[in-house]
Every structure is written in structure tokens, then in C-alpha cells.
Design a protein around this ligand. Structure first.
Ligand code: NAD
Length: 441
């Protein structure tokens, strides 16, 4: 019977997974190489923003069912299952995935494990990784100890991480033995009792399901944004277009929101890593379309800066409010954030930039300390020559012209998420630009 679980890497994925495993009744130890993170988690404190997760962590730290350590050896003799949830960032100076953290974690675990155990990879990895790690683990593990390997990719969304982990849309497990699949069925018995689709497959399929899902989502976003480029030129209403094609059940409306595009710690690096991996496999052109999706996505950021220049002329010395630097609402994650990138580019063009994000300011300030960070929307907009909405937080979506009356220096608004009502703002005398909408030169 499975009782003890370790989770290696306690970032967005690992901390969530560890807390949810404790919620399901397992004894859990989270392991990370970052002592500060471990110290905070051990006190029941979450080092990042994720709705519902702090309560879960506190509850299970208090009950003693969830603990944290930097000592990998300690879990080697204790856990029945070890989940790997370390990062796989884009290589510096390259487009492939940096596998250093996964490889180090897998090899370290193999050496630390002193009783039969299953290592389960959850990180997003290039196809071929699980098979390679299975051999690596076999080589590194102690004699007489069976250390098996499985891959169980994670599909959680930041902002909904707890719900996605406890009530997933599907579970995908890649194994090379029925015994390991049975072990994972035991871990996920709760979800299985609710008839969660269970996809049991080989290593390669499991790895590819994850990157295929991300590639598809990125493609949907860039698809509608490519049409934005057309409606910006000829006129037409991108939101109506998205609604109309979204009514077709084969297409669906989700992920067809025109705007400044995708970012974060997953989609951008995952589509680049997929393309790189497929090229390594000799399939040079197979995933070329993903490069195009990436370019469409990045062009949206250029478009925001061009529109700002169209509205204000030279940006030098102009005061601009940027609303939203987390890559999406309900998150404080600023990795590859479109809003933060745009804010930084506006700054580089000479503007004085004041940023407000309900959760992302602190992380953004670590990346780009030169920008001004303020605690409220009205402080950001104070005396602004232009207000730019870059992340669709509810409080920004609820903005009306009256909220900014007497606050801004000039009535100029750029809705880079296409979430506000243009007629309302123009009716109140604002110059109102929106991605996906024609803006006269
Ligand atoms: P993260 O950077 O927030 O966390 C990674 C953690 O791993 C860090 O705390 C780091 O200190 C730790 N770490 C690195 N090397 C280690 C080692 N050898 N031993 C122990 N800990 C180590 O990253 P994340 O967002 O949680 O992503 C982790 C993986 O999950 C990535 O492959 C990502 O693509 C995938 N993923 C992330 C999400 C998401 O929404 N964040 C969703 C699905 C999949």
C-alpha cells in the first residue's frame, strides 16, 4: 500500500502537487534545493500566489502530514513514490529545454533510494526523456533495489492549480509495466472513483500528450491574433468573429480571445522546445508552424508599442500606466509576461512607466527594477498620458471611464486584452485603441 510520497521541486507545480497529495491522505515530503523556499513552506507559508493553496499547505503542515526539506537522502529511505516536479526552462542561448534540473533530480534520487520505489516524472520534457531516465536510474540505483520510472505529465493551470490537481480533466500515465500503472491507479484512486478519464500509455505518448496540448492551445491563441492583424487593417470586429466561429462545437470559444497573446513559464518555452526536439529527430519542418505561432504572438507586443506611439507620438518623458504584469489573472507569475515585456519596452522608448498588478508587482520588480511599481490602479493612472491594460484581472475588466475621470492627464486608453467596451470609452471622450480593432492612423 502506498503511504509515503516525496515531491522533488516545490515551485508552482511541486508545492501544489505535494499539498494535494497530503489532502488525499498521503504522508508527503516536499524537497527543494532552495533553502529559503523550504523554510517558508515549512512554516506553512506559500512563496507565490495561488488561490486556495495557502490554506491547504497550512492545514497539512499543521497536521504533520506535509513536511519540507532540502535533504534528498532523507526521502530516499522513506518514500514509496517520488514525483519529479523540477523546472525545465528554456536553455539560455538556445530554444531547447534545459534538462539539467530533471537529470540532476533523477540521478540524485536513484542514488538516494534504498528501498523499492517508483519515480514519477511530472515536469514537461522533450520526448525521449523518460526512456533515457529509466536507463540512467537503472545505472545509478543501488544493487538489489528496484527503482522503476513512469511519466505522468501535469496539465494544471496557474490560478486554478488546486482544483485542476484534485479534479483533473484527465490523467495521463506513461509506464513500461502494468505493475507501475497499478501503483499510479492507487495514488489517483480518488480521481478515478469520480470517473476521471485515465489514459494509460507508453512513455513517448505520455510525454507528447503534454506538449501537443500546449502546442494546440498556443495555436488557437495565435490563430485568432493573426485574424486580429487583418481586422486591425480592414476593420471588422474580432470578438464577434471569435464568438461566431466558437459556436461551432468542433472549434469551441475557449482560447480564442484576441489580445497581447500568451506568456508564462509554460506555453512559450514548451512550443520552442517541441520544435527543437522534433528537429533533433530529423523532422526539420514538421513543427515549423509553431515558429509562426510564436512570431504572431511576439508581434502582438510590438503592436502595443506601435499603437502607444501612434497615440502619443514620441514616448520620451510621457507618463504611461501599465495595468497588469502577471502573465495572466489570478497569478503572480511574471515569467515571459506580455504585460511586463510591453512595460519594459515602453520604458526603453523613453516613457515613464507606472505599473500596477494585484499580485505580480514584487516579482516584476525583481526582473525590471527600473519601472515604477504602485499599489493601486488609480496611483498608476495618476497624471498618465496613456493607460494600457495588459492583463485581464477582474478589477481592470470592470474599469469605466468615470473611474479615471480627473485622475489621468490625458484621456488615452489602450486595451491590449480587448476586454472593454470601446463605444463606452469613446462616448466619454477617450481616444480608445484596442488590439484586434482598426485604429485610424
Ligand atoms: P518552478 O520554477 O516554479 O519550480 C521548480 C522548482 O524546482 C524550484 O523551486 C527549484 O528550486 C526546484 N529545483 C530545481 N532543481 C532541483 C533539484 N535538483 N532538486 C530539488 N528541487 C529542485 O517551476 P514550475 O512552474 O513549478 O514548473 C515545473 C515543471 O512543471 C516544468 O517542467 C513546467 O513546464 C511544468 N508545468 C508547470 C505548470 C505551471 O503552471 N507552472 C503546469 C504544468 C506543467
Amino acid at each position: 500500500m502506498i503511504k509515503n510520497i516525496s515531491v522533488i521541486g516545490t515551485g508552482y507545480l511541486g508545492a501544489t502537487h505535494a499539498a494535494c497529495m497530503a489532502e488525499l491522505g498521503f504522508d508527503v515530503v516536499g524537497v527543494d534545493v532552495d533553502p529559503e523556499k523550504i523554510e517558508r513552506l515549512s512554516r506553512g507559508e506559500l512563496p507565490f500566489h495561488e488561490p486556495g493553496l495557502p490554506e491547504l499547505i497550512r492545514r497539512h503542515v499543521d497536521s504533520g502530514r506535509l513536511r519540507f526539506t532540502t535533504d534528498l537522502d532523507a526521502v530516499g529511505s522513506w518514500a514509496d513514490i517520488h514525483f519529479i516536479a523540477v523546472g525545465t526552462p528554456q536553455q539560455s542561448g538556445g530554444t531547447g529545454a534545459d534538462m539539467t534540473f530533471v537529470d540532476t533530480a533523477a540521478a540524485g534520487l536513484a542514488r538516494a533510494i534504498t528501498k523499492d520505489a517508483l519515480i514519477v516524472g511530472k515536469s514537461t520534457v522533450p520526448v525521449g526523456t523518460a526512456r533515457r531516465l529509466r536507463d540512467l536510474v537503472a545505472e545509478e540505483s543501488r544493487e538489489g533495489v528496484r527503482v522503476a520510472l513512469a511519466w505522468n505529465p501535469e496539465f494544471l493551470r496557474e490560478g486554478f492549480a488546486v482544483q485542476d490537481t484534485l479534479r483533473p480533466d484527465r490523467l495521463v500515465v506513461g509506464t513500461d509495466s502494468p505493475e507501475d500503472e497499478a501503483t499510479l491507479r492507487e495514488v489517483y484512486a480518488d480521481a478515478l472513483s469520480r470517473e476521471t478519464p485515465w489514459v494509460a500509455t507508453d512513455f513517448e505518448t505520455a510525454e507528447l500528450v503534454k506538449v501537443a496540448a500546449n502546442a494546440f492551445l498556443a495555436t488557437k491563441i495565435s490563430f485568432i491574433n493573426a485574424f486580429s492583424e487583418v481586422t486591425e487593417t480592414v476593420g471588422g470586429d474580432i470578438r464577434t468573429l471569435a464568438d461566431a466561429i466558437g459556436h461551432d462545437a468542433r472549434i469551441g470559444r475557449k482560447f480564442l480571445n484576441a489580445g497581447v497573446g500568451f506568456g508564462g513559464g509554460c506555453l512559450p518555452k514548451d512550443i520552442r522546445a517541441l520544435q527543437t526536439r522534433v528537429s533533433e529527430l530529423g523532422l526539420d519542418h514538421t513543427m515549423n508552424f509553431l515558429n509562426e505561432m510564436d512570431q504572431i504572438n511576439l508581434r502582438r507586443r510590438d503592436r502595443v508599442v506601435t499603437l502607444a506611439e501612434q497615440i502619443l507620438g514620441d514616448l520620451s518623458g510621457r507618463r504611461i500606466a501599465v495595468l497588469g504584469v502577471s502573465f495572466k489573472p489570478l497569478s503572480d507569475d511574471v515569467r515571459d509576461s506580455p504585460g511586463l515585456d510591453v512595460a519594459n519596452r515602453l520604458f526603453n522608448s523613453g516613457a515613464e512607466v507606472f505599473v500596477h498588478d494585484p499580485e505580480g508587482n514584487a516579482n516584476a520588480a525583481k526582473r525590471f527594477p527600473r519601472l515604477g511599481y504602485v499599489d493601486s490602479l488609480s496611483e498608476a493612472a495618476q497624471d498618465a498620458d496613456l493607460v494600457v491594460l495588459t492583463t485581464e484581472w477582474d478589477e481592470f475588466k470592470a474599469l469605466t471611464p468615470a473611474d479615471l475621470d480627473g485622475v489621468v492627464a490625458a484621456k488615452n486608453f489602450l486595451d491590449a486584452r480587448h476586454v472593454l467596451d470601446a463605444a463606452q470609452w469613446e462616448g466619454a471622450g477617450w481616444t480608445f485603441a484596442q488590439l484586434g480593432r482598426h485604429f485610424p492612423q
